[in-house]
Design a protein around this ligand. Sequence first.
Ligand code: ADP
Ligand code: MG
Ligand code: MG
Length: 547
Amino acid sequence: MDFGGLETVVANSAYVSARGSMDATAATAVRDKRMRARLKLPHIKQCEDLKATLDMTFCSICVQQPIGRRLFQQYLDDSEAHKAAGDLWKDIEDYSISQERDRVQKAQKIVNKYYGSASNTFCSFLEEKAITRVKEDYRNIRGDLFKESEEQLLNHLEAQALQGFIESMFFLRYVQFKWLESQTVTEEWFMDFRMLGKGGFGEVYACQMKATGKMYANKKLNKKRLKKRKGYEGAIVEKRILEKVHSRFIVTLAYAFQTKQELCLVMTIMNGGDLSRYHMYNVDEKNPGFSETRACFYTAQIICGLEHLHQHRIVYRDLKPENVLLDDAGHVRLSDLGLAIELPPDKDKTKGYAGTPGFMAPELLQNKEYDYSVDYFTLGVTLFEMIAAKGPFRRRGDKVDNDEVTRRILSDPVSYPDAFSSESKDLCEGLLEKDPEKRLGFKNNSCKVLKDQPFFAEISWGRLEAGLLSPPFIPDPKMVYAKDIEDVGAFSTVKGVMLDQKDVDFYNEFASGSTPIPWQEEMIEAGVFGELNIWAEKGKLPSDLDP
Ligand code: ADP
Ligand code: MG
Ligand code: MG
């Protein structure tokens, strides 16, 4: 009997069933009751030290952090003076995620309720001009119909409601959640399922946060292997960048912790596998590559990811189909940010050889200074490969050395097979432009010019960015898009590495625990926030907030 094969079968079935059970209603059923019981709010007296360290900006507490925002909205709801503003805010949120067919009706309701001076819920802080524009325009479906109003609403709340919130019991509750969020994270909280892939320093496993049932990917970096192969810098850069970016087009870091042997990055799980191995080539071997519609959808999502990175001054440097991963619904995200680099505030260019042969831009290969534009060259290579099922400078499995690939990138024109339409060819040419000054890309802090290219004529960017466009392909929920376990080679053991105090300091810096925004999202999604956020009868303080 082939026990290797059996191992994969057993591991796959546990993983497929765990992954299928995680929707909001099933979450309470799959979570581990003992671990869930350990998520408890402390008495407010225990939070004094923490309170002094919190970021107190309005935007951070009341807008960006999901639990802070909820509690702030509960405060507004509870206060006579701010109730209408709070309701308007929630109605605008609801409008922005609702289906197109419901939007005009929802907009009409909002206008009647808050924009007419005769209404008793009229929002007088809205400026005349904003009111007029919304009234004139609400029959046209636009993602940004209420953008100006929302800005004025938030300015108003910052000036008029923030102080009251900070003095209220709702803020104390926020402090309690921040305490819970800042507790040390250990491996006890996670259960590993099967291996999803192998990286340079360790394996990536599917895992489940026991207390909530939420599935994640756990990228493990072996401490000794990292030290031996000088991987510290890359590891901390990847961790810092992942915790800084929040985009539906880039994997999110939810937890960073350590075990005796490993550093662990717990990230968004992408069950659909990478674009290269599981979709472009293996699915239909006789007819590899994607239709232009499919290539267009993925390219558009990749552009949104790149734009977000570039707005945060991060150069990715390693875009390729293998690093673009699919989720259950068929949306893609960028992953593997180990080669990324953040430009300091006073410098707009960087230097250094980094990337994958066949993808790197000419200016980088020539050892010149470069910026975000290198990522649009790699985007051109990626788009070319999606359509042609081979790279523009090398075929898959081609035995050419890197010098020859470099020579081709620097001097050869690209030739386009018949599969390319004139729109896709024009776009590829604009991206594969050898001169970075002339290349399509990130200009004036956005990708607007790129997004306006004819190849994307069918893409509604606003809806894509809100996650509302249906993907052209949905991965099979029963299929495992990962290598069989017995086909993944084992790592050799690391010998002759001693760890000292400096190493320990580094690990402690790395193991920063929960990332606030994803942690708070997880608590809300899994119902834990609702279960813990219990209030006493009106006018009374709950006992955990009673000094
Ligand atoms: P390295 O930087 O060491 O190359 P990667 O980040 O590329 O490591 O991860 C190694 C492999 O693990 C990937 O090729 C992919 O197959 C898998 N993997 C990585 N991140 C995820 C994720 N978030 N979800 C699912 N699989 C992942
Ligand atoms: Mg990798
Ligand atoms: Mg990497």
